[in-house]
Structure formats: structure tokens, C-alpha cells
Write a new protein. Sequence first.
Length: 161
Amino acid sequence: MSTRLLDYDRLTAEQQQQLTELQILPEQKLYSGDIHGALHTLQSAPCPGIKGFALLDDSRPVAFLLLKRPPFLPPWADEKAATLHALQVDCRLQGRGYGRACLRGLAAVSRQQWPKVRQLMLSVDSENQAAMHLYHSEGWVDCGTAYRGRTGYERRLSLKI
């Protein structure tokens, strides 16, 4: 596996098309949406406060995520952080370490986009045990109390970078 996170704007037209073919399991769409919604978010308001990244294995997109900065931060986020959204790994390729590869590449792409950012944050459904385990195993720390999200109680996690 030879992976790297690449800014959406640097993808070729072919890679952008391949990205639209990512498939997400129906139960995961509750948490991360689907690729079309994520791309709509990215493309509907092009600005330096929202960046999209594809995880490439060799040259083929296998996962996607969004990072946000002010003025697009959710209300639960620290204003000096960047927040992770819409992390999606193609369901046909799950279990191969691509989600972990995305998380491991976040610090570098965040610092490259926004050099002053020293913390990443995310919100995860309390019942999404697979995601909670992955984030904790990669050093993300629970920020405290849960809050009511759109699908249930969510936890805020952070990672110093």
C-alpha cells in the first residue's frame, strides 16, 4: 500500500471522476454522509476555509475527507482548530488501513494549508465504536462532555499537531 493525502484541487480530472465512485455503506452515511454531499460542500462555496483531500493508493482515490477553518467551524470547535468532516473510505476497500492512513496524514496537510493550526478536532457519534477505537488508537483525546447531534450523542475529540 502506497498512500498519500492529496488536495482535491491537485487531483486530475480522471481522479476527480474516480472519487465520485466511492461507495459508502448505508449505516455509515448517517455519520459521514456520502461523497456527493461532501463534494457539494467543497464545491458550492470554494474558499480557503474548506479544503478537501483524497487518499490515493498509488494514483487511485480510495478515501476522502474535508477539513474546515473559520468561518466554517461548527459551534463545538475551538476557533484556533481545524475540524475533520466527512471521512469516507470506500466500503469495498475497508479494513485495509485507509482510514488510519487518512488520520496519519492529517497533521501534515493541515500544517501545509494553515501553518498556525496546532489542533485538529472532530465530532463522533458516541455509539460509533469502530470510529471511536480508531481515533483513540491514533492519539485523539476526548474533550469532555457529549452533546446532542443529529443522530444521537456525539463526543468531541482533539489531536495536538
